[in-house]
Design a protein around this ligand. Structure first.
Ligand SMILES: [Zn+2]
Length: 71
């Protein structure tokens, strides 16, 4: 059984709802820029930047990091 990730609902940088015509920032998709808000619930995430990337944690949806975007 495969678990599919929910579709992002909010902008990772503004926390605003993603609607048609609002592009997802390319930097977020590439993992270059740490997100500030959870894309699933718009909570502010705890962001830690390290020399080789970043880690962002949502209290509800868990942790993501810059490497998780490289899949
Ligand atoms: Zn979340």
């Amino acid at each position: 059984m495969t678990v599919t990730a929910p579709e992002p609902q909010f902008c990772a940088y503004t926390g605003k709802p993603l609607t048609e015509g609002v592009p997802v920032f390319a930097a977020a998709l590439l993992g270059l820029e740490p997100p500030r808000y959870c894309v699933y619930c718009a909570r502010r995430m705890i962001v830690q930047v390290s020399p080789d990337g970043w880690t962002a944690r949502c209290s509800r949806h868990g942790e993501i990091d810059s490497k998780s975007h490289e899949r």
